[in-house]
Each structure stands twice: as C-alpha cells, then as structure tokens.
Design a protein around this ligand. Structure first.
Ligand SMILES: *Cc1c(COP(=O)(O)O)cnc(C)c1O
Length: 349
C-alpha cells in the first residue's frame, strides 16, 4: 500500500548527489590538500578551518545510543524547518501535488509549501482542537503526498488524540509528519516508538524548545532508513556547522539537566495559569501540554499592544482562525511571569 519509490518525485529517482571532498576520502589522518581549506587554522581561538562531517556521524551515533534506535533512522537538520522544506522538495511536484495541514497550527508548513509552489489543503481542527479525521480522509486526493500533524500543537498547546493520529497514519498512502517540537513538555511517549509499525511516518523534534538551543539551529527527523537516505541525498552538503555538532554532543551529555529545566518550566506554567485565571479580562486559558499557554482575553489585540508598550512581548494570535481573541504566552522565569501578570493587571479597568 505504501510505496516510497512511487511517492518520490520522478527526477530524484536518478539524481546524482553532490560528492564533497569528505565523501571521496573519509579517513581522519593525513595531509589534507583536497578541500581548499586554509592550512594555517582560523583567526578565532578555536580552529574551524576544516569542513565538518557532512553526515554528522558521531552526533547521530550518540543520539541513537541514547534513544535506543539506529543512527540510520535519524536525519539531522538546520532546525526542524529544514526537514519540513526537504520533505516538500522530495515528494511534492510544484503546481501538481498537494499537502494537508490542520489549522490553527505551526505556520512553517504552509509557508514552506507556498515557497515550493505546492498546494495546501487546510482541514481545520475541531472546536476542541482535535483532528477532524473524516474531513482529512475526504480531502485526500491522488496527488496528496504529505500530511502535517503538530502534537502538542502550536499555537493551541494541546496534545492531539493519539488514536486519531494513528488512524491518519495507518489510513494514508503518503507520508505523515508528526511534529513533536513540544514533546518534552507532555507526558506521553514519542511517536518515534512507532517507526517500525509505520513506514510512512516522520517524527520531527527540535533542540529549540526544551533544550534551550534555539540559536544553535538543530532539528531531528526520525524516520525509516529509506526516507532518511532520500533526505540525505537532497540536503545541502554541510547543513550542520561543526560548531553545532560540537555543542550538541556536549548537550546530549546533559539530558538530566534538560529534564530539570522542563520540570521548572512546567511548575512555572501551572503558577502562571493560576495567576492569570484571577484576572477579570481573562476569559479562558486552554489546557497546555507545551511550554506556553493560549489565553483568550477581552480586547486581546489592544492588551497585546499595551504589553508591548510596557516591554513585555507575547504572541498576538487574536487574528488566527479558531483562536479569536487569544494571546500565546510563553512560560518564562518566575520573575518574567510575575511581570507579565502585573502589567496585565494594570490594564484592568
Ligand atoms: C518551534 C517549533 C519548531 C522548531 O523549529 P526549529 O526550526 O527546530 O527551531 C518546529 N515545529 C513547531 C510546531 C514549533 O513550534
């Protein structure tokens, strides 16, 4: 039923990928006169004069060991935005194929599809912010290649029904991308555990949120080896800098510290929820399985502007479908959250 070769854009089936100096010779010892690098080192304290490993082997092995999966099931990208773009470029013929997204959701799926001139079919979440499975299935056509599912979802904050996600993955002949950018903040197991069951599944995770490494730009796509090979074939040769690989190796030794930070963020989230619920203009605080709260407020847009004037910046989602009058508030430190609450109280009549 699922045929990856059929799904791939025809011209990529025979593509000869770029072969870098590091592809042609993979040893680590020797006199390297093959990549036009500067032999004197670099002008910074640390030497960055050599090209990095284009396949990030050490980092993948380390991550694979920790997760108990094979390195062949890991694609590392310059943020998870990179694999989102690569999946579109690998499987969607511009002007011909289409993808399905479930608004309100992460904005990059549509932007990336638009950049690639790929039609986007929007199937709204239900009023409880769940997948409309029937509507998804009736929107699937011959040319539907990808379905993007974000869970826990941004900007609504909730983890979607696992049964519904599983039903979509199991019932679709194309690829389903489950974006788990906020997985660390929710208690369920990752869909990474279902890779063997579903050859058409790609799970996205990122170091930008729980790991506190948004500036590093590192995203992970967990998928079958076959899909990984396709992504690897079409990526930019040196998509991850040497610095990124080095810092990520260091970060992975500190998994416990990441979990500690997550715990503190979750504590702060519940305190923030409590404090916000006492503000009159707050109409509704949605359940959250993420590191932010979606908050419905009276006059959300003008309150947003007031906050900006006071130097407190949240995300105005009041114009987003199904998020009318809602602000998306990232959970900050205790002090930051207290400051937000104080400024919001000042705008009360
Ligand atoms: C923040 C976020 C990402 C992260 O993107 P990066 O490119 O890895 O920083 C991905 N998906 C969702 C839903 C997000 O909210």
């Amino acid at each position: 039923m699922f045929d990856l070769e059929q799904l791939l854009r025809p011209h990529l089936r025979t593509l000869v990928p770029y072969s870098s100096a590091r592809d042609d010779y993979q040893g680590t010892q020797g006199v390297f006169l093959d990549a036009n690098e500067n032999p004197f080192g670099s002008i910074t304290d640390q030497d960055w004069n050599r090209y990095p490993d284009p396949y990030q082997r050490k980092l993948k092995e380390k991550l694979a060991g920790i997760r108990g999966i094979s390195a062949q099931n890991i694609y590392l990208g310059n943020g998870s935005d990179e694999p989102i773009d690569l999946l579109l470029r690998a499987f969607c013929e511009p002007g011909l194929d289409n993808v399905i997204i479930n608004p309100p959701t992460y904005g990059m799926y549509k932007v990336s599809a638009d950049i690639n001139n790929v039609e986007v079919r929007e199937v709204l979440l239900t009023e409880h912010f769940e997948l409309d499975v029937n509507q998804i299935f009736s929107s699937i056509g011959d040319k539907t290649k990808l379905i993007f599912i974000c869970s826990p979802n941004n900007p609504t904050g909730n983890d979607l029904s696992l049964d519904a996600i599983r039903e979509v993955i199991g019932g679709f002949r194309g690829i389903v991308i489950v974006d788990e950018a906020y997985i660390d903040f929710c208690s369920r197991a990752s869909f990474v555990e279902m890779l063997e069951e579903f050859p058409n599944l790609v799970v996205l995770q990122t170091f930008s949120k729980a790991w506190g490494l948004a500036g590093l730009r590192l995203g992970v796509a967990y998928c079958s080896e076959e899909i990984m090979v396709i992504l690897k074939k079409i990526k930019a040769p040196y998509n991850l800098s040497g610095l990124t690989q080095e810092v990520a190796m260091e970060a992975l030794d500190k998994w416990k510290q990441k979990d500690e930070m997550v715990k503190r963020i979750l504590e702060n989230r519940e305190k923030l929820r409590e404090d916000l619920s006492k503000i009159d203009s707050v109409m509704k605080i949605y359940p959250s399985d993420a590191n932010f709260l979606l908050v419905e407020m009276e006059d959300a847009h003008s309150r947003y502007q007031n906050l900006v004037e006071q130097g407190v910046i949240v995300r105005d989602r009041s114009g987003v479908i199904l998020c009318n009058d809602a602000l998306r508030i990232t959970v900050g430190t205790k002090q930051e959250n207290a400051r937000l609450v104080e400024e919001l109280k000042k705008t009360e009549k």
